[in-house]
Structures are given as C-alpha cells and as structure tokens.
Write a protein that binds this ligand. Structure first.
Ligand SMILES: CC(=O)SCCNC(=O)CCNC(=O)[C@H](O)C(C)(C)COP(=O)(O)OP(=O)(O)OC[C@H]1O[C@@H](n2cnc3c(N)ncnc32)[C@H](O)[C@@H]1OP(=O)(O)O
Ligand SMILES: CC(=O)C(=O)O
Length: 542
C-alpha cells in the first residue's frame, strides 16, 4: 500500500461509553475530549446525536465550549433506514445538525445482519450506504464508514463485504473502517483480510477492534502492518463487553515500535498523565498493569530483575518509561535482595550501595518481617524508617516524642449508639502530654488523639490526612502466628505514602502503622521534605 497519512481516531466518548458502569455527563465528555485533544489524537468521536439526547447536547455545547487544537470532532450514527430518503431520515438529519467536520456512519457488511437485524435486502443495504454517504458528502462533511461485523461478514460472503467497501468509497467515504465488532478475530486473520481487502479494492482502510479474545491491540497492529492507515481505539480500552483496542497502547506502539508519529513525541510524554486524568473523569480506573501507562508497567519486584536493572534498565524494560510519561519503580518485598533495596533507596533519595553491610541488613530485615506478616510493597514510609535505622547504624532513630501508653474503649447504649474513645499518653519535648480522641472506630479515635497531642508541638502533622485503611487477617500465613496486617495510606498535598503494622491484635497493628506515619513526617518525610538534601544527614539530625 502506498504511504498515506495515518489517522488515530478516538471513540472513548461513543464506543467507550458503551462499557458497563460508564456513565458520563456532558460536562465529563467535554473534559475528556479536551484531555484527548491535548494528547494530540487526530479525531474524537463525540457520540451519536439524534439517538442519545446527551450526545445531541454534547455536540450543541461543543460548538462554543470545545476548542480543539489538534483533533477533529466526529459525530457517529447509522446509515438511513431502509426505504427512507437520507435527506428526510431524522437520524441522518441529526448527524448534520451536530455540525461536525466529520461524520462516521456505521453500515452493515455482514449478509446475516442485513437480512436478520436490518430486515432488508442486500441491494437496499448497499443503496442505504451509498445514498447516506453521498448526502453527507454533498453537505460538506468528511465521511468515514465503519463496516460493522466486517471480518465475520468477509468469511461468510466475501463478495458482499467487498461490495460494501466499494459502495462506501465510490459514494465519497474518505476511509472505510473494517470493524471486528464481535471481537472474535485473531491477528493472522485480521492481517490477511485487511491485506486482501486493500488488494481487491484499493480503498483507504481503517481498523476498529473489540477485545473479546484479548487481541484488540494485536489485531489493530496486525491491520496496520497489513495496510490500514486509520486506527480506532478508546482510552484504557473502555467499551462494549470486553472493550475496544486501548488507544493509549496503540498510540505508543505505533510511535515507538513502528515509527509512525500518530502523536508527536513530546505529547507521548504526557500519555500516562492523560490516562490518569481520563480515568479520574470517568471514575473507571485503568488497570494497574496497563501497557506503557499502568502504575506497574515499569515496576520491578523480583530481586534478580533489580540486580540487572542496576546495571542497565534496558535489561528488563522494553522501552524507556519517560517516553510515555511513566517511571521505573522498585518494590521492596521478600522476593527482593540487596539490589532491590539499593534501587528503592535510590528512588527515595538515599545514596547507598548494594554491597554495603547496611543494605544487606535491611534486605535481611525485610525478608524476616515479611515472613512475619509485614508487607512493604505499599508501605514505603515504613520501609524508609527501617532503612534509616539501618543506615543510621544505631538502632531506632531518635524520634522527637515517646509513647508512654495508649488505650481505646468502645461502648454502646441500648438505643444502638456506639462510642469509641482513645487515650494517648506521650512524652513530648520532656513533658508528658495526655490527649483523648473520639472517632467512628478505634483507628479514627487513635488518629484523632495522636493529632490532638502532637499537632500543637509539630504543626506539620496537621497536613497528614489518612485516606485509606486496610486490614488483612493472616491466620496461619506467617511464621510468627501474628493475626492481622494493617496498611494505612496517607496524603499530604499531592504526596501519598503508606505504612504497615502487624500484630496479634488488630488495634495494636493499627497503632504501629499510625505511629510510623507520624514518625515518618517528623523525620522530614512529606510534607516539607527537602528534595535536594542528602537523605542520610537527616537521620543523624533526628
Ligand atoms: C456496533 C456498534 O456498537 S454501533 C453503535 C451502537 N450504539 C447504540 O446502539 C447506542 C444508541 N442507540 C440508540 O439510542 C437506539 O438503539 C437507536 C435510537 C439507534 C434505535 O432505537 P429504536 O428505534 O428504539 O430501536 P432499537 O434500539 O430496538 O434498534 C432496532 C432498530 O435499529 C435498526 N438498526 C440496527 N442496526 C442498524 C444499522 N446499522 N443501521 C441502521 N439501522 C439499524 C434495526 O433495523 C431496528 O429498526 P426498526 O425498529 O425500524 O426495525
Ligand atoms: C462500529 C462499531 O463500534 C463496531 O462495529 O464495533
């Protein structure tokens, strides 16, 4: 196929919203469109005006509220109904009233669908495609045709599927997009059908894949390799049933693996940020292990991986994370060794060497503690405290307060009122401070009491916000017989970190995790962490 300009086409706002659980307001859709435009995608399909009232409203508001710098807006809809003129078909009129430069028409290309779903003749379906495309082109629209069920239709009746492609192109469609609507095709089949279709029609082809065999991205890449010059997808692969091809993965693959700059390289660096922003807006998170942009995409847990990564990150990474706005991370766990500790320590800002005794001690302690039920993967603050103890070389760091005692009481009344009260007794700067706190449970009450006691002396603690609390019962899983592991997540400004506690008693495990958080902040963890300062000096400064 001769070199043709490549189109990256996003259908998050149409096919993406066909995903179970995805409900977007017009405001959400406008915001998602702005983020995708910022990424530099070529086309944004906004919805189906005339069919979905919210989408009609989206296109109405888009005229004044959506200023796109990169993308061209497309309205999606069906060909005219059988036996009706395109000009008077209300849905075709709604497509024109959306006033978008591009209209994408879904058209049947599978004879079974024409006969059984549309309940019309094969000839009338071709006429529906031709007349609708001509009508829209005549009205000044660029028209793309999504040939629905193309791959299944091609297997059933190749001549008819090809006739649909020709009819659309001859009527003026700019691109005919071959759709694996049921998502059941495999890459070799998709590649072969795209190549044959191009060889027999010479029409500019696109690809739209669903993920029902887990092959939507692979099928899209196979289609591109076979000559498709327009690829459709959705953010995070959102979409009907198992979803669509993930547009973020497709974009990164095309740019980094095929050298097709479907988005500029500098925009690709925003891929992860755009992915997270879209997930926030839709409230449907992408998967942690999503290629390129997932939190785990460049995260390393195994010790042997860490040991090679110290020498050369390319040894366990297929590309450079920064190219897609991601970063390499190391997890500390019982599956790591000294190299994992070194890499994690460096990530946290400490200059250490895997060969040092301190690092070896930290690695041993992590293995022992994890065997006793701790988990440091998401408790980076607790790990940093452990590391500092080892690097300081003098046992526990000198915290600026001591715990004398703590207690929690839960009481109830005959009318069902439940009261939880915590009492803490601390030695702060030479004085004994007693404080109480109430809460909706023991952790909340202890947290309140700690803040009441400490915030007046250490105002930085006021920024510490407990955002998540998880408890896992460990019966029989650990060497020590400990019963509960508590993980607490905190936020201060835009920083997040976690702590861990393990004990036979859930409240005592929670108290450990709460104390770690306070210690961490007071030993110059976030907030107010001095990024530039060598971390080790802070240990001795206490
Ligand atoms: C493969 C895809 O994902 S394409 C996108 C699919 N998206 C959607 O369906 C979301 C928006 N859809 C809707 O709001 C509604 O289904 C509408 C407005 C399109 C149609 O609503 P209704 O008229 O109430 O009918 P219903 O939802 O039962 O759909 C059946 C009708 O659509 C027709 N139809 C089905 N596929 C097509 C098509 N590709 N082109 C034209 N008409 C079609 C059927 O022939 C049937 O028409 P009939 O009632 O005149 O016999
Ligand atoms: C058009 C479309 O969404 C499909 O065929 O899957």
């Amino acid at each position: 196929m001769a070199e043709q300009s490549f189109q990256l086409y996003d259908t998050t706002l149409r096919d993406g919203t066909q995903q179970e659980g995805m409900v977007l307001t017009v405001e959400d859709k406008l915001a998602v469109a702005r983020r995708l435009d910022g990424l530099g995608v070529g086309f944004i399909e906004g919805g189906w005006p005339g069919a979905v009232p919210k989408d009609t409203e989206f296109f109405r508001r888009a005229r004044t509220e959506l200023v796109l710098e990169n993308a061209v807006l497309a309205a999606f809809g069906a060909t005219r109904r059988p036996g009706v003129q395109a000009a008077v078909d209300p849905q075709v009129r709604a497509l024109l009233e959306a006033e978008t430069p591009v209209v994408t028409l879904v058209a049947k290309s599978h004879t079974g669908h024409v006969r059984n779903a549309l309940r019309t003749t094969l000839a009338e379906n071709l006429a529906m495609i031709s007349s609708t495309v001509r009508h829209l082109v005549h009205a000044g629209r660029r028209v793309f045709v999504d040939a629905e069920h193309y791959f299944d239709g091609y297997q059933l009746n190749r001549e008819y599927a090809l006739a649909v492609v020709r009819a659309a192109a001859e009527a003026g469609a700019e691109t005919v997009v071959l759709c694996d609507t049921n998502g059941g095709s495999l890459p070799d089949e998709v590649g072969a059908v795209v190549a044959e279709t191009y060889a027999m029609t010479g029409v500019r082809l696109g690809i739209h894949c669903h993920n029902d065999t887990g092959c939507a991205v692979a099928n899209t890449m196979a289609a591109v390799d076979a000559g498709a010059v327009h690829a459709q997808g959705t953010a995070h692969g959102y979409g009907e049933r198992c979803g669509n091809a993930d547009l973020f993965t497709v974009a990164a693959n095309l740019v980094l693996k095929r050298g097709r700059e479907v988005v500029p390289l500098e925009k690709l660096r925003e891929l992860a940020a755009v992915g997270h922003a879209v997930a926030e807006l839709t409230e449907v998170p992408g998967t942690v292990a999503a290629p390129y942009i997932g939190r785990a995409a460049f995260t390393h847990k195994a010790g042997l991986h860490a040991s090679a990564l110290r020498v050369d990150p390319g040894l366990y990474q297929h590309t450079t994370p920064e190219l897609v706005g991601n970063m390499m991370r190391t997890l500390v766990s019982d599956m790591g060794g000294r190299s994992s500790i070194e890499l994690k320590a460096r990530e946290l800002g400490y200059e250490v060497e895997a060969g040092s005794e301190e690092v070896a001690r930290a690695a041993t302690r992590v293995k022992e503690l994890e065997n006793a039920g701790y988990s440091f993967e998401s408790a980076d603050a607790s790990f940093e405290l452990l590391l500092r103890e080892e690097l300081g070389g003098e046992g526990p760091a000198p915290y600026p307060f001591e715990v004398e005692s703590w207690s929690v009481g839960v009481s109830g009344t005959h009318v069902g009122e439940v009261r939880t009260e915590a009492l803490v007794r601390l030695k702060v700067q030479g004085r004994t401070v007693t404080a109480s706190g109430q809460g909706n449970g023991p952790v909340n009450a202890l947290d309140t009491a700690l803040h009441t006691a400490l915030d007046p002396c250490f105002p930085v603690l006021a920024q510490l916000e407990l955002v998540d609390y998880r408890v896992r019962v460990l019966s029989g899983e650990t060497g020590s017989g400990a019963a509960a592991r508590v993980l607490i997540s905190y936020r201060a400004g835009d920083r997040r970190w976690g702590t861990v506690g393990v004990d036979g008693n859930t409240t005592a495990a929670s108290w450990q995790a709460l104390l770690d958080a306070v210690h961490y902040v007071l030993l110059d963890g976030p907030p107010g962490r001095a990024e530039e300062a060598p971390r080790l000096t802070a240990v001795t400064a206490g």
